[in-house]
Design a protein around this ligand. Structure first.
Ligand code: ATR
Length: 297
């Protein structure tokens, strides 16, 4: 008996067209665990449409102990790049064969690019933050006093792009003061030319500041880092890296003390735009994508 033969004429035309398109399109994924909530496929599909780039971007759930294998398999299948999210940013850093300076500084990777056997590890979170502040919020950083709250992964990722924007001072305040001191010391060793970080505890922060960035995870627990209200002035921008339908408790607190506020949705869109640029060499515009995501919250 001969094997059954699939008659292509029997397939609906739409199937043939979409299969042909996805065969020719470069493939990208966002990898995490969990991953179902990720907005990245929506964002990148919108960027691709807007820039007329043919890409196929999907979610990939990797087992907690199987990140590297999942990436290697995707590379074997011809994948061109990946965004990496919780909890794999350190694993992505470890498996990169080459790192950008900003990934090196962040100690974590959120963007991988695969070519010719090389795994490039980049980090676009910090530049996403800075772009959102400079371009979208229209708030300058050069010559300004900046207060960064937190000394975990999110704060570390922001340090180099913030310093490269030349603030007059960057105060790094954390609940556990020793962690802020350690991060500042590590940074001074790796980037001696960039070092203007002043580490301290929340109670010792001496305001006012032009820009305050909440990079702690306190908003997740509906808590506000216990900073003195003297940090806020009438022209302060208080930025929370978290975002949601409502203003975070940090934003409410800052607003109540006279500051302008902004959440981290723009950072999410801008870090994606930078990753898109790393992969495709084309910079998408972000305003419409930002508005669409805001409307969906
Ligand atoms: P992420 O990758 O999001 O930065 P992380 O590395 O676990 O997460 O770091 C969390 C940061 O939020 C830390 O700076 C933490 O302070 P400690 O170093 O003292 O733990 C800070 N943080 C978490 N909850 C907080 C709270 N309720 N008030 C103030 N800071 C808080």
């Amino acid at each position: 008996m001969s094997a059954p033969v699939l008659n292509p004429v029997a397939l609906p035309a739409a199937t043939l067209i979409s299969e042909a398109a996805s065969l020719s399109a470069d493939r990208y994924v966002v990898i995490g665990n969990p991953i179902a909530h990720s907005k990245s496929p929506d964002i990148h599909a919108r960027f691709a449409l807007e820039t007329a780039q043919s890409i196929d971007y999907a979610r990939m759930l990797a087992p907690l102990d199987g990140f590297e294998e999942a990436v290697q398999e995707f590379v074997r299948q011809g994948g061109k790049g990946a965004n990496v999210t919780v909890p794999f940013k350190l694993a992505a850093y470890a498996m990169a064969t080459r790192l950008t300076a900003r990934a090196e500084a962040a100690g974590a990777v959120n963007t991988l690019a695969f070519s010719d056997g090389e795994i490039l590890g980049d980090n676009t979170d910090g530049i996403g933050l800075v772009t959102d502040i400079l371009r979208n919020a229209g708030t300058p950083i050069a010559g300004k006093r900046v207060l960064l709250l937190g000394a975990g992964g999110a704060a570390r990722g922001a340090l180099l792009p913030l310093l490269q924007s030349r603030p007059v001072q960057l105060v790094l305040a954390n609940r556990t003061v020793a962690k802020a001191q350690e991060l500042a010391a590590q940074f001074a060793q790796k980037f001696p030319k960039e070092n203007t970080i002043v580490p301290c505890g929340f109670a010792n922060v001496d305001g006012p500041f032009d820009l305050i960035i909440n990079a702690t995870s306190a908003s997740l627990a509906a808590e506000v880092p216990p900073i003195p209200v003297s940090v806020f002035g009438a022209r302060t921008l208080a930025y929370d890296m978290m975002y949601g339908k409502q203003a975070t408790v940090f934003m409410q607190f800052a607003s109540a003390h006279g500051a302008n506020v902004r959440d981290g949705l723009g950072m999410l869109v801008e870090q994606a735009a930078e990753a898109f640029f790393v992969w495709r060499g084309v910079r998408p515009s972000t305003a419409e994508v930002y508005a669409a995501l805001r409307a969906q919250l």
